[in-house]
Ligand binder design. Structure first.
Ligand SMILES: Nc1ncnc2c1[nH]c(=O)n2[C@H]1C[C@H](O)[C@@H](COP(=O)(O)OP(=O)(O)OP(=O)(O)O)O1
Length: 228
């Protein structure tokens, strides 16, 4: 497999397959990089918890839960802290990808470590910063070729052979008709990497935006499906 040329800001030593790219020809220049996290709880490969950003950067958009990595923290520690601060829950987070994100004119680029978990404990709660809500993962975000993704979207409880009745339907989503993930009210890059996250393929990518939050250029790649 040929080695891929990664955009500036990204490093990855393993095998990658390019999954999407587009936009204008030049990457936006940046001077420094700040570390961020973003975390998703995904139940039965079929439902995902998102938060509506009520204030600060990205106000009015739905996103995972996350923020800056504080001095002395690892990205995983920061992701666990932010999930508790912004959604009131704890989860066994696993690193599932890296997004390098640049806004033209901003003082620093964002290196965002993305985490996912299949379960959580605690009670999902609204905070000053985020309003959490469960969404159904629409079929368009689940590649048909993914052997590990077993979501059955015609039923509330996904057809996951490892799910047992003891795990039960989650009380906070049981019986509710969930809306699809609101891609039009999310960062424009999300549609390129969310399918990789849902199909459990480790991904890396970069997305550059202008000062009005319009996406200028993007590139995403993922571990080959058989290696993830
Ligand atoms: N393009 C894109 N796609 C997906 N997710 C993101 C982006 N850009 C982003 O910034 N993000 C994520 C990364 C972080 O999870 C949040 C932004 O964090 P923010 O809320 O600004 O950081 P905090 O540390 O919580 O900020 P304060 O609480 O200090 O205001 O969005």
């Amino acid at each position: 497999m040929a080695t891929l040329q990664l955009p500036p800001g990204l490093e990855y030593n393993g095998q990658l397959v390019e999954t999407s790219n587009g936009g204008v020809s030049d990457w936006v220049a940046y001077k420094k990089v700040k570390l961020y996290t973003n975390a998703f709880v995904i139940l039965n490969d079929a439902k995902v918890l998102l938060g509506y950003k009520k204030r600060g950067f990205g106000t009015g958009l739905w996103n995972g839960f996350g923020g800056k990595v504080d001095p002395g923290e690892t990205p995983l520690q920061a992701a666990v802290r932010e999930l508790e601060e912004e959604a009131g829950i704890e989860a066994p987070l696993e690193h599932c990808g890296v997004l390098f994100f640049v806004v033209d004119g901003a003082d620093a680029a964002f290196h965002i470590d993305i985490f996912r978990a299949d379960e959580y404990t605690g009670t999902v709660s609204e905070t000053d910063e985020m309003r959490p809500e469960w969404f159904s993962v629409q079929k368009e975000l689940l590649p048909l070729t993914n052997p590990q993704t077993t979501a059955d979207h015609d039923h509330d409880h996904a057809a996951n052979p490892q799910a047992t009745e003891e795990e039960g339907p989650e009380p906070e989503t049981e019986g509710l008709p969930l809306p699809d993930i609101p891609l039009k009210q999310m960062w424009a890059d999300d549609e390129f990497w969310m399918p990789l996250m849902f199909s459990r393929r480790f991904f890396v990518g970069r997305a550059d935006f202008d000062a009005d939050d319009k996406m200028l250029k993007w590139w995403f790649a993922a571990a080959p499906a058989s290696l993830s």
